[in-house]
Design a protein around this ligand. Structure first.
Ligand code: CA
Length: 361
């Protein structure tokens, strides 16, 4: 009888990423896990999906989606070179956040054919033409600023600049020719069923009576009620890690704790990627397609994944993706790729969710 070890792995993305984290946090017997774009922080994520619509409600402006897409494309154009290489890929959204002013997009013209060619999940919207308005930019800016409560304290972070404003999709009234609210269905149901405990299938359909504080309170309620199931932010991974240490390393500095984590945990942010797939708006961006074999090599053969291999689908070329906290930077007219440490950029990824008194790791 041989005593060959049977290895056990997990690989999933989005809700599958959250479920992978759930297994890790519960101390499963997995030897390794790939958890992409995990939908953990569940109570935050669901309410975040409603925030863009609430911004439009508060500012009383419902932009045609084409206007928001134009803002995204102009942002991509303006921030492309900040990473050192003009290739239509914004590899440094952190620098974009630090240096780009959305107001520069006001007055630029946009034109789109009907909805299906913009985004597949949207309701029918006819062809759209116009110019980017200051109202549209105000909506985009408020979304990117992230949710804050009535006193201006932060509730949650937002998407990186150049991300599509999918949560801000508006509906089109064929009778009046006007644009209006379009609720993200899963989140609208979450409020009524997950938080308000209505037993029939219902969904939020109006923001009447809702304030910024309501968003904070929705999150707090969801956090308390679903912490041991959907929230998936249990921070003590010591059972899984089997070394009696906490993931947060509370006695170490941020960069020291990252160095400790490097032994058994890596984070890779994919430049120009979309949610669990390549991004049609940035087609020359790398997408990791061999992550699972990289994990196996790390676990079984001790090959440390300092970078993650990315494949550029449109060209078939390879590009190495930097491991956090290092950030990509191209030099020598875009021909040489580096992974650099940039404390100011790292700072743009850290938030204090001071609207809450509970710990919000
Ligand atoms: Ca670029």
């Amino acid at each position: 009888m041989s005593d060959t070890k049977l290895w056990s792995y997990y690989d999933g993305c989005s809700e599958g990423g959250r479920e992978g984290w759930s297994q890790v946090q519960l101390g499963s017997d997995l030897d390794g896990a790939v958890t992409g774009a995990p939908g953990m922080h569940f109570s935050f994520q669901q309410i975040q999906h409603l925030w863009s619509q609430f911004v439009e409600y508060q500012l009383n402006y419902y932009p045609p989606y084409c206007e928001l897409e134009k803002i995204v494309n102009l942002t991509t154009d303006a921030c492309d070179a900040l990473d050192g290489r003009i290739d239509g890929v914004v590899s440094r959204t952190d620098l974009c956040k630090l240096h780009f002013n959305l107001n520069s997009t006001i007055g630029e013209s946009y034109s789109c054919s009907k909805t299906a060619e913009i985004i597949d999940f949207m309701p029918y919207i006819p062809a759209q033409n116009g110019t980017v308005t200051k109202e549209g930019v105000a909506v985009a800016q408020e979304i990117l600023n992230g949710a804050h409560d009535n006193l201006g304290r932060r509730i949650y972070m937002s998407y990186q600049p150049t991300a599509q404003f999918q949560d801000a999709v508006t509906s089109y009234n064929e009778t009046t020719g006007e644009y209006g609210a379009y609720f993200v269905e899963q989140s609208a149901q979450w409020v009524e069923i997950g938080l308000n405990l209505l037993t029939n299938i219902s969904a939020l359909s109006s923001f009447e009576g809702v304030t910024r504080d309501t968003f904070r309170d929705w999150i707090a309620t969801g956090f308390q009620r679903h912490y041991d199931s959907l929230e998936t932010t249990w921070p003590d991974l010591s059972v899984w890690h089997d070394a009696g240490r906490k993931i947060m390393y509370p006695n170490l500095s941020y960069n020291q704790s990252i160095a400790e984590l490097d032994d058994w945990y890596r984070l890779f942010l994919i430049p120009g990627g979309a949610h669990c797939g390549a991004n049609s708006l940035q087609p020359i961006a790398p997408w990791p397609e061999t992550t699972f074999s990289t994990l196996i090599d790390w676990v079984e053969n001790g090959i440390e994944p300092k970078t993650l291999n990315g494949n550029i689908q449109s060209t078939g070329k390879q590009q190495q993706i930097c491991g956090w906290p290092l950030r990509p930077l191209f030099t020598n007219n875009g021909t040489d790729a580096e992974c650099v440490h940039d404390q100011k950029s790292i700072g743009t990824w850290k938030y204090d969710l001071d609207a809450f008194k509970m710990p919000t790791f």
